[in-house]
Design a protein around this ligand. Structure first.
Ligand SMILES: C[S@@+](CC[C@H](N)C(=O)[O-])C[C@H]1O[C@@H](n2cnc3c(N)ncnc32)[C@H](O)[C@@H]1O
Length: 244
């Protein structure tokens, strides 16, 4: 008997990723930008990210990458450290490019949509023993309203997992005045963080809704010129369950 998908029993009823070629934050345009910029405007950001990732030493030797695209900003040094790498990525071109880059490595693709209803429970159930790395995705998916509550829910759902994330915090068409990585101290406001990078004058900044993911704790932050007239602040956080 063929069972309609909405009648599947709960353990199998995980939300599935659909192929997406033209996602707002990924897809063809992203690949073209990456090809043009990764050894130019992106290089300084990629070096900073490599340093953050190098210092991240989860206990698990199984890595789950969520939204890595083709891994344009992921260093080989990270990918070499894990016995198994599983990828959740809806962009089929990104999957092909990443598989080509990691040919011969223990790589597999899976189809769980972590951010669909029920996805976080399924993440815990299926990947509870993995180190989970959110690859610049959370700032794209945080809602415009209620982002603080959304981040709280996400943090609670991830509490028992080893996870880390780099994510867009803010973006502006104006270049930053003080480029480079900075440590944002605990308790700092979003506005104060913005003022560290854009100093003086008026600046129009888009809030990516991911600032609350830090839950008031200190975190690392740097700027990233994604394209001409597209300057981002990116945050880096990691969480170790049972850490003091
Ligand atoms: C800004 S891009 C990430 C860039 C990537 N880290 C890089 O270095 O090139 C966001 C990625 O998230 C993917 N994505 C969107 N929704 C997703 C979801 N629900 N689960 C996993 N990945 C998703 C997009 O296809 C896109 O490749």
């Amino acid at each position: 008997m063929i069972c309609p998908s909405d009648e599947l029993p709960p353990p199998l009823a995980v939300p599935r990723l659909n192929n997406q070629l033209l996602h707002d934050s990924g897809g063809l345009r992203w690949h073209l930008t990456a090809l043009r910029q990764r050894h130019r405007a992106w290089q300084r950001f990629a070096d900073t990210l490599e340093g953050w990732l190098d210092a991240w030493r989860p206990r698990s030797d199984q890595l789950l990458l969520v939204g890595p695209s083709a891994g344009w900003t992921l260093p080989d040094t990270l990918l070499a450290r894990f016995a198994q790498i599983t990828v959740l990525e809806p962009d089929p071109i990104a999957r092909v490019l990443l598989a080509r880059r990691l040919k011969g490595k223990p790589l597999r693709f899976d189809s769980l949509d972590v951010f669909a209803p029920g996805g976080l429970d399924a993440l815990q159930a299926h990947y509870g023993d993995h180190a989970v790395l959110f690859c610049n995705l959370i700032g794209q998916l945080a809602p415009d309203t209620g982002c603080s509550a959304w981040c709280d829910t996400l943090r609670s759902a991830l509490a028992r997992l080893e996870w880390a994330s780099w994510h867009d915090l803010a973006a502006s068409t104006r270049p930053v005045d003080r480029p480079g990585a900075q440590q944002i101290p605990a308790g700092e406001t979003f506005e104060a963080m913005v003022g560290r990078f854009w100093q003086g004058g008026l600046v129009e900044v888009m809030d990516h809704g991911s600032f609350s993911l830090a839950a008031g704790q200190g975190f690392a932050c740097t700027d990233w010129t994604v394209r001409r007239a597209q300057h981002h602040l990116v945050g880096w956080l990691w969480h170790q369950p049972n850490a003091a």
